[in-house]
Design a binder for this molecule. Structure first.
Ligand code: SF4
Length: 205
């Protein structure tokens, strides 16, 4: 499945119909959001949801959130992007990955981690009547885009909110996020987020 083509078809239809739908975009950090915002802001009224109970420790969670806010205040777009923050509750993450802690990246642990954050996003989108929801997660080459889109499809069906299919790393999306991070002096973390990915990174260093 080519999710970039699906995205392009959706965007084309939106333009053709003269629509400007609302989009609730789950974001994990500034660097991952940069290109996605640049790409989608011509088509949607965007609100960001920062819900990432996987991030460890709390200082890192706050650092990524503040970096995202800083980027939003500096990046010139055709709209002001609102950011909603859900509570930082690492227990949500611990419960989602219970028994899977020792698995590596791109494992069932990560599937559950994506699903946790996307479910919250979809629930918010449903509650506050957004037209679409999606996540920046697929921009990372370290994440499994087919799983992210599979989860989006399941949630769309269950909650009746349109999921915006995407694989943001395509069309040089990841490369562009690196360029924007450099241009805006964004902090780029060297581990995915959870304590397990942090341990792996520390062993590598
Ligand atoms: S490695 Fe990343 S995606 Fe996987 S469980 Fe940890 S934080 Fe979540």
């Amino acid at each position: 499945m080519n999710y970039q083509i699906i995205l392009e078809e959706t965007l084309e239809k939106i333009m053709k119909d003269g629509l400007r739908p609302s989009l609730l975009l789950h974001a994990c950090c500034g660097p991952c959001s940069s290109y996605v915002l640049e790409y989608l802001s011509d088509y949607f009224d965007i609100t960001i949801l920062y819900y990432n109970p996987n991030i460890y420790p709390e200082d890192e969670y706050l650092r990524r959130k503040n970096e995202l806010k800083k980027f939003l205040s500096e990046f010139k777009l055709n709209q002001k992007i609102k950011i909603i923050e859900d509570n930082y509750n690492p227990i949500d993450y611990d419960q989602a990955v219970l028994g899977l802690e020792q698995l590596g990246e791109k494992s069932q642990r990560c599937y559950n981690c994506y699903a946790l954050r996307m479910k919250k996003t979809c629930e918010y989108a449903k509650k506050y009547n957004y037209d679409y929801f999606t996540t920046t997660l697929s921009i990372s080459p370290y994440k499994v885009s087919s799983w992210i889109n599979e989860i989006g499809a399941i949630l769309e069906k269950k909650y009746h909110v349109k999921y915006l299919y995407a694989d943001f790393k395509k069309k040089n999306g990841y490369k562009r996020s690196l360029e924007l991070s450099k241009e805006y002096h964004l902090y780029r973390q060297d581990y995915c987020g959870c304590k397990y990915s942090k341990e792996v990174q520390e062993k590598r260093a």
